[in-house]
Design a protein around this ligand. Structure first.
Ligand code: FES
Length: 143
């Protein structure tokens, strides 16, 4: 069996929603200190609280690019509260799996989305539960 699924390869070679949103309502930037990869996520939120557009820039490995690409596809057109619930497992499942040593790349995608949502809430002055934005404990993460 191939190490990477067809979907991972597709999203790595043809990433969706790459770039920057100049008029973003929320921007999240996260990095993994161990591997040095960096991910930046931009979201545009309409008056109904729906993510109308979303883009990303990832300086990192192929799995980081594939997971960011899939994350943008999973949150685009969704209410912001749903984006907040996006888990790295959901991203991995949507990509038909990742090798165990690449799971941390999907954690980065989840955190980038969450950081963008937090930035949006902060800018709009929307109250939120800080527990929703706890930083992932990378020490216990397989990397
Ligand atoms: Fe670090 Fe992929 S190797 S995000």
């Amino acid at each position: 069996m191939a190490l990477y699924s067809d979907k991972v390869m597709d999203h790595f070679q043809n990433p969706r929603n790459v770039g920057k949103l100049d008029d973003a309502d929320g921007i999240g930037e996260v990095g993994n200190a161990k591997c040095g990869d960096i991910m930046r996520m931009y979201i545009k939120v309409d008056d109904n609280g729906v993510i109308s557009d979303c883009k990303f820039n990832t300086f990192g490995c192929g799995s980081a690019i594939a997971t960011s690409s899939m994350a943008t596809e999973l949150i685009k057109g969704k209410p912001i509260e749903e984006a907040l619930k996006l888990s790295n497992q959901a991203v991995v499942e949507a990509l038909d799996g990742l090798p165990a040593h690449k799971i941390h790349c999907s954690v980065l995608a989840e955190e980038a989305v969450r950081a963008a949502v937090k930035d949006y809430y902060d800018k709009k002055g929307i109250a939120y539960d800080p527990d929703d934005f706890q930083i992932h404990d990378c020490e216990s993460c397989q990397s």
